[in-house]
Design a protein around this ligand. Structure first.
Ligand code: CS2
Ligand code: MG
Length: 405
């Protein structure tokens, strides 16, 4: 079998997704997700100009060799654009291998370690009351793990709320430039414990809860927040500080027993190595797309397992249903999988383009036993949704200082 073409698509199907199809001389094809929110076109060009021409004529069954070729062969290793492009190729090659074998990808990885994949959903709101109402309905829907995010009263700019959006999968912003928001750490720190106090008071101790700080705090503030939230027994606190300096986590760890999660923007195991090896985190959030594919993610999982760190892959609305499917195969296999972020079944437009048989029942996600990843991409339907430039917001402190969003 030989690769005859690699097609790259970028479409705003409710939001922007980069999708690839690797076509072979035997008619079998594989699909992959190369979406890098706000930097989509960089990945499209990387794939079209620097990857596709090098892979034509190669044997698609050589997944490991192709991965090494793209990683080592670039000379300029790592980085989100390179690794997202490699991730898309890797997913598509696993899809082909599964189709050729007549097996779902989780079987190729080593088979199921569990019957279904525990999902965590998002309860977002403009106020604590709104978050509480959503949490209540999610518990009724069957969720066992829920992430809570609320807007701060009197402040514009908390992470994780819907703002003007009606659907979670809508573009972050339909303005072609990043919206500017404001951030105030003191208001946030005074508010968040109340969000979790209410959740425990109203819904008890059984439901597992988590929260995403989106890299907004300094190390000592992070240490303090972890302590403040200890009484509410979180499954994890995510991204309290950026991990550019992995030593930072030593300070946080000295102060709090709240479990820590990080990794959605990590691109290789090297971003997570010190954190895992020094047992400074509890959950690794690396994704098959931004982390370079299924091939490296299974190595990260095996490495993390030695230190009792569990996998909790990123599953925001800017990962397409192809990455979602790839995660579910990975999660079914990974012995040290913990929980999968899951933000719903998408919009009607998404479902007309990405064909994907996924079920949610009593807190668990199930995928069909279709060969490969079990997700298809309808090119003709996708062509109806041209790419629209869109960016994540940026944040400034109230005095105008640039901050992380
Ligand atoms: C987030 C993401 O889901 C998460 O945990 O941090 O929603 C993140 O903001 C987006 O993926 C950025 O594109
Ligand atoms: Mg996050």
């Amino acid at each position: 079998m030989k690769i005859t073409a690699i097609k790259v698509f970028v479409n705003s199907v409710s939001r922007n997704f980069v999708t690839i199809k690797i076509i072979t001389d035997e008619g079998t094809y594989g699909v992959g997700d190369g979406t890098l929110n706000g930097r989509e076109i960089a990945v499209v060009k990387y794939l079209e100009e620097h990857i596709a021409p090098c892979l034509i004529g190669r044997d698609p069954s050589q997944i490991e060799d192709i991965w090494q070729y793209l990683f080592k062969g670039a000379y300029w290793r790592k980085g989100p654009v390179t690794m997202t492009a490699i991730g898309a190729i890797d997913m598509a090659l696993w899809d082909i291998k599964g189709k050729v074998a007549g097996m779902p990808v989780y079987q190729l990885l080593g088979g199921k370690s569990r019957k279904g994949v525990t999902a965590y959903g998002h309860a977002n709101g403009e106020s604590i009351d709104e978050v509480m109402a959503t949490l209540g309905s999610m518990i009724e829907e069957g969720y066992k793990v829920v992430r809570l995010q609320s807007a701060l009263p009197g402040a514009k700019g908390t992470y994780g709320t819907m703002g003007g959006k009606k659907n979670y999968y809508e573009l972050q912003s339909d303005r072609p430039l990043p919206p500017e928001l404001e951030w105030n750490t003191a208001k946030y720190m005074n508010f968040v414990p109340e969000l979790f106090r209410r959740a425990r008071a109203e819904y008890g101790n059984e439901i597992r809860l988590c929260h995403d700080v989106h890299n907004r705090l300094t190390p000592i503030e992070a240490a303090r927040l972890g302590k403040l939230l200890e009484p509410y027994d979180l499954l994890f606190l995510e991204d309290m500080v950026p991990a550019d300096n992995q030593d930072t986590f030593k300070l946080i760890r000295q102060h709090t027993t709240t479990p820590l999660a990080i990794g959605e923007i990590f691109n290789t195991v090297w971003d997570a190595k010190d954190l895992i090896q020094n047992q400074l985190i509890d959950y690794c959030r690396m994704a098959v797309s931004h982390g370079g594919g299924i091939t490296p993610l299974r190595k990260v999982a095996d490495f993390a397992a030695m230190y009792n760190v569990r996998m909790a892959p990123h599953g925001a609305p800017d990962l397409s249903p192809i990455a979602c499917a790839a995660h579910i195969h990975f999660d079914l296999w990974a012995p040290n999988f913990a929980v999968q972020e899951f933000v719903g079944f998408g919009t009607p437009a998404m479902n007309s383009v990405f064909k994907f048989d996924l079920k949610f029942d009593d807190g668990l996600l199930y995928i069909t036993d279709a060969p490969g990843l079990g997700v298809d991409f309808d090119e003709a339907e996708a062509a109806k949704y041209p790419y629209k430039r869109s960016y994540l917001p940026v944040n400034r402190l109230e005095d105008g200082t640039m901050w992380g969003w």
